[in-house]
Design a protein around this ligand. Sequence first.
Ligand code: ADP
Ligand code: MG
Length: 190
Amino acid sequence: MYGPNHHGWIEVVVGPMYSGKSEELIRRLKRAQIAKQKIQVFKPAIDNRYSVDEVVSYNGDKILGECISKAEEILELLKEDTEVVGIDEIQFLDDEVVHIARSLADRGLRVIVAGLDMDFRGEPFGPTPNILAIADFVDKLTAVCMKCGSPANRTQRLINGKPAKYNEPTILVGATESYEARCRLHHEVR
Ligand code: ADP
Ligand code: MG
């Protein structure tokens, strides 16, 4: 479908948990499919919350995808006729994903990535800041703060119902862990 003068680009969708990143990624990919474009969707194997072979939104939307453990696998799995590449949970992939996204866009593909811009501490998360820097289009989504209803751009990590400490390990045996969308004022890190 693409002619010799066609160029690609990178779209990035970021925000806290529950801001609708996956929902938005799925919406864009489904629209491309309706327009008869060939799409491929990837997500890091670490995110198996709902399904191993689907990208899923909390609102129930889903689209078939492929699990990868390294960004490099995108190039190995890429089909010759793919025109649009979607990647969810970009923050869990290695830095190579930034170069891969750039080379796909240079080759004429539309690349749509979604992921967390900040971790539960409010710090830049993994490769996301670097892909934001080289993106052509950026959308920063907000959720609704669970404390006050303001636009929420942070993810609150709770351990047994209490705000997590800055250095709390990612995996805590025997603890109940949960996450909430929070605004700047109500985001707490002990
Ligand atoms: P993300 O990929 O950004 O984590 P999803 O696309 O999976 O987000 O989910 C977005 C959905 O999350 C919303 O459509 C809504 O149904 C649900 N949701 C749950 N809690 C909240 C909240 N506090 N603010 C906004 N949406 C929420
Ligand atoms: Mg998501």
